[in-house]
Design a binder for this molecule. Structure first.
Ligand code: TYM
Length: 339
């Protein structure tokens, strides 16, 4: 995928939902690729708090998780002097562009999204054979259009995301391309950026499914703020196989291959040869710990200062607002709305 128009102001954006339970996949798939290239051009790190309202939620938890995510992003290396840290709810142009893009997106293409199918099935599940857990919110259906708005609002060229966001990103590209063809060139068509090694970090307890905030058990997840002994225990208990040889063979040895992928992503080097699963697990533990320890330490001081976190978000909003309002003005004009 390549970007088709030169970015004008901002080149990279990534977003994460403040739904708690941030894990290693979020760091390796979304946060680190943004941080690593943040000095290559202007960037935005975004808290997708509007997206967190698409499933049943506790308002107090969303608020707390948004500040927690702000602290984690800064602790992981987002440099607020350089990268604007924003929440999509705090920049009202995200919602306005969302609606305008809904007038270009089609029902069929959003209803086809895998995440919509999975999450609507989850909402409708009947845990005790009684009533469904919760109704499916309309916003869950239009979720990827809001994500497209997050991206198209800022002329973003590159979007670092994990593999699970491929379909959403493709839809953002489709919407931008369609809009440009129908109403004149208005948007940069973005390209996805995927980490070579960790685009899909798998669950350690069930290595055929991706590591996820919403998986029922924490046994397969390495939390970004987990204490060292929990990280060690989770990796020590990671599901392997009966083959007895350390080989990168995702089909037949998904657990071992996942551990090798995590190791490579953490160290940035191809893994050496291992003679036992225990030896591999110990090395993975050390590599993950080397990555998480400084984040944990910085998080501890940042999270103690919510006023600072709010001030960084306020500053980020001020910085991005001119581009956002200019994009909305351009979009409204292209669509035929009165100014
Ligand atoms: P979210 O909050 O589910 O995930 C945040 C980021 O983490 C990546 N990720 C993974 N990467 C590798 N392995 C995994 N197991 C794994 N699990 C999650 C995700 O791909 C993502 O990069 N819709 C988005 C949030 C969003 C957004 C945006 C992203 C809203 N607007 C605009 C980019 C641009 C989401 O729910 O991410």
């Amino acid at each position: 995928m390549t970007a088709t128009a030169a970015p004008t102001v901002t080149t990279r954006l990534t977003g994460l939902q403040p739904t708690g339970g941030l894990h290693l996949g979020n760091l390796l798939g979304g946060i680190r690729p943004l941080v690593e290239s943040q000095y290559a051009g202007p960037s935005i790190a975004m808290i997708a708090d509007l997206h967190a309202l698409t499933m049943e939620h506790d308002p107090a938890k969303v608020r707390a998780a948004s500040l927690e995510l702000a602290a984690v992003l800064l602790a992981a290396g987002v440099d607020p002097q350089h990268t604007a840290l924003i929440a999509n709810s705090q920049v009202p142009e995200h919602s306005e562009l969302h609606y305008l893009l809904e007038c270009v997106a089609n029902y069929g293409e959003v209803a086809r999204m895998i995440q919509f199918k999975e999450k609507s099935a989850e909402a409708l599940s009947k845990p005790f054979g009684l009533r469904p857990k919760s109704p499916v919110r309309l916003s869950l259906l239009t979720y990827p259009v809001l994500m497209a708005a997050d991206i198209l609002l800022y002329d973003i060229a590159f979007v670092p995301v994990g593999e699970d966001q491929n379909q959403h990103l493709e839809l953002a590209r489709t919407i931008a391309t369609r809009f440009n063809a129908r109403y004149g060139t208005t948007f940069t068509v973005p390209a996805g950026v995927r980490p070579e090694k960790a685009a899909r970090v798998m669950d350690l307890a069930e290595p055929t499914r991706k590591m996820s905030k919403s998986s029922p058990s924490a046994a397969g997840r390495i939390g970004l703020l987990d204490p060292p002994e929990v990280v060690r225990r989770t990796i020590a208990r990671a599901v392997t196989d009966g083959v007895g040889e350390v080989r990168d063979d995702p089909e037949n040895q998904p657990g071992i291959s996942n551990l090798l992928g995590i190791l490579a992503a953490c160290t940035g080097e191809p893994p050496r040869a291992f003679t036992s699963y225990g030896e591999l697990k110990r090395e993975v533990t050390d590599a993950v710990e080397a990555l998480l320890a400084p984040i944990r330490a910085r998080y501890a001081s940042l999270s103690a200062d919510p006023a600072y976190l709010r001030s960084v978000l306020a500053e980020g909003k001020t910085r991005v607002r001119p581009v956002a309002s200019e994009t909305v003005r351009r979009t409204r004009a292209a669509l035929g709305l009165l100014d």
